[in-house]
Write a protein that binds this ligand. Structure first.
Ligand SMILES: NC(=O)c1ccc[n+]([C@@H]2O[C@H](COP(=O)([O-])OP(=O)(O)OC[C@H]3O[C@@H](n4cnc5c(N)ncnc54)[C@H](OP(=O)(O)O)[C@@H]3O)[C@@H](O)[C@H]2O)c1
Length: 276
């Protein structure tokens, strides 16, 4: 029976690149995002690039909806899909101070980055654990092949800077939640990993074209394909916490220090960058 990888936000950026890596490893794909048109284009580009028969299903769904996780889980059950890899990738980002954010935007970010991700982990995690247990009773070798949950956090967990209050805090939740969940599920043959990429060249950050190009050229922004390749490789090595790009590890104390020492200057600089 075909085994599937379900990727939220799989129609663009890091999600699409992760989907490609998982298809190369033989998984059928379930891509979830809001825009039906973007999903169809992503499906087409994957079929063309991979040049092989892959099963790609798409589901247009707004994951900020209160019932989104349950709707998505029920849909996969109705379709009879075996989800062996769940990638919680869809996320919302903005650079704005907390006190100027309206209730709707605040709620949407918390729903997408935290609530839906948490519910998807609970629903699919329980199903995976139960399935692995049942498989282990029939055939112990099959239990040895774990299912995977990959949650996308962000390097911004080390940057609780002005303008990133909600985003950085939501990604810190993803990190802590994933690490504890990994311990809860490991003995049940479900591997949970959390990835924290730094800057990646996608449309998420909304950087002006010139700056985005400069960032790519200077190597400050990683290509989504490189980021995805590193993350997926580490996922199957069962790493609990992944920062794509080894050089970002020694930068953590430096980045933290900058935040402590120059909060105002940083805020002015980031405001300039994101309003350019
Ligand atoms: N880019 C970076 O520098 C960076 C760095 C660290 C971490 N991350 C994290 O990596 C993840 C992916 O980011 P990205 O840069 O690849 O973003 P992206 O290029 O903007 O792609 C976002 C994907 O999520 C989907 N999406 C957005 N809102 C959604 C919603 N409400 N419901 C369902 N799908 C939704 C989008 O499709 P639709 O618009 O059609 O819904 C798209 O497929 C995010 O969690 C982000 O926080 C990114």
């Amino acid at each position: 029976m075909n085994k599937y990888a379900l990727i939220t936000g799989g129609s663009a950026g890091i999600g699409l690149a992760v989907a490609r890596e998982l298809a190369l490893r033989g998984y059928g794909l379930v891509l979830v995002a809001r825009s039906e048109e973007k999903l169809a284009l992503a499906r087409e580009s994957l079929m063309r690039d991979l040049n092989k028969e892959i099963d790609i299903l798409t589901l247009p769904l707004d994951l900020t909806r209160e019932d989104a996780a349950q709707t998505l889980f029920d849909w996969t059950q109705q379709q009879g899909l075996i989800v062996e890899v769940l990638v919680n990738n869809a996320g919302m980002y903005f650079f704005e101070e907390a006190i100027v954010l309206d209730a709707a935007k605040t709620q949407a970010l918390i729903r997408l980055n935290i609530l839906t991700l948490t519910r998807l982990c609970q629903l699919f995690g329980a199903e995976m654990a139960e399935r692995k247990l049942a498989a282990g009773r029939v055939n112990p070798v099959e239990k040895a092949e774990p299912a995977y949950i990959l949650n996308i956090s962000s390097y911004s967990v080390y940057m609780p800077w002005a303008g990133w209050s909600l985003y950085s805090a939501s990604k810190a939740y993803v990190k802590k939640f994933s690490m504890a969940l990994a311990r809860e599920l490991r003995s049940r043959a479900v591997v949970v990993s959390c990835a924290a990429p730094a800057g990646v060249a996608t449309s998420l950050l909304g950087l002006p074209g010139k700056l985005a190009r400069l960032g790519r050229r200077c190597g400050i922004l990683m290509r989504p394909q490189t980021c995805a390749r590193r993350i997926v490789r580490a996922l199957f090595r069962q790493r609990e916490y992944i920062i794509p790009g080894w050089y970002y590890w020694p930068l953590i104390p430096i980045v933290k220090c900058i935040g402590w020492c120059f909060p105002q200057k940083l805020h002015r600089l980031l405001t300039k960058i994101f309003s350019a």
